[in-house]
Design a binder for this molecule. Sequence first.
Ligand SMILES: [Zn+2]
Length: 331
Amino acid sequence: MSDKRRLQLLANGQEKFFPERITLPTPFPVGPVNVYLLPSRPLTLVDTGPDTPEARSVLTAALNKAGFAPRDIEQVLVTHAHSDHSGLAAWFREMGAEVLLHPMEAEKLSGLDFWPVLIDNLRRLGVPDKLLTAYSLPRREAYRGGCLTDCRLLQDGDLLNFSSFRLSVLAVPGHCGGHLAFYQEESGVLLAGDALLKRISPNPMPEVHPAKPGERSGSLAQYLATLDRLGKLAFKLALTGHGEALEEPAQRISEIKNHHRQRLQYIREMVRDCGPCTAFELAGRLYGRLSGWDVLLAVSEVSAHLDWLTGHDALAETTASGGRLTYNIIK
Ligand SMILES: [Zn+2]
């Protein structure tokens, strides 16, 4: 479609739901991230990519190619606050766009410092201090997504109106506590963020909060409930935060559920063999030697499964010396 034709359609409110995928580089192990341009009114971007010069320049070029400039974006929908998805939201906010996201994710981008409680949680999960120091110093800045204020907060069930379609807001917690997806019912298309991915299983990262030190969210239980809910939605296509679109979402949902069922069983067996043991020790057994980002990712994945097993009375969690948590089999 020519840019002129597109602008005409935009002006007339006739543009149908046709998200354009823009793939941006990230400095994170996950690789490139997808953001989606919704060429409608309000002109909308779903996720923004990370706040790096490379992402900014690729995004600007892609918007230009579609006939727009970054300052034309009127609205940014943020699926979740991880910096590969939300890093440039503050930049668009500065240029006048409205930023919409879940309150839990807005809080993460508000300048509140989650880092000390995140590091304390990793220490309790058995990550050695030496590894934490090496991990913490260079990563702290990369983890921050900038300070974003004055956002519009969204809840499950909200409806977003565009000139020629509307989106339903779905709360899909698990990968993040305030993760949102956006559903266009008539076309059966779900803008899924990281709630569903084609090639990798989204990490159900347990979350911690500065006001509640020592507590973790039951992220895997949340995520399994999200998968049940998405399974019932019967959508046709998921546009995902990384990689290609999912054309058979039902099949992928059951694959991811099976993955977690198997992993729960495997981790329980590992605890039977080596308990009492820490999440870090189990992550080492599962993934080998860990360093850098992999410490957070692997320990989070294992800890989410340990929390589920503890919550279902299959394992006991005990606070050992130095405040480290150890796990033992119950039944
Ligand atoms: Zn992501």
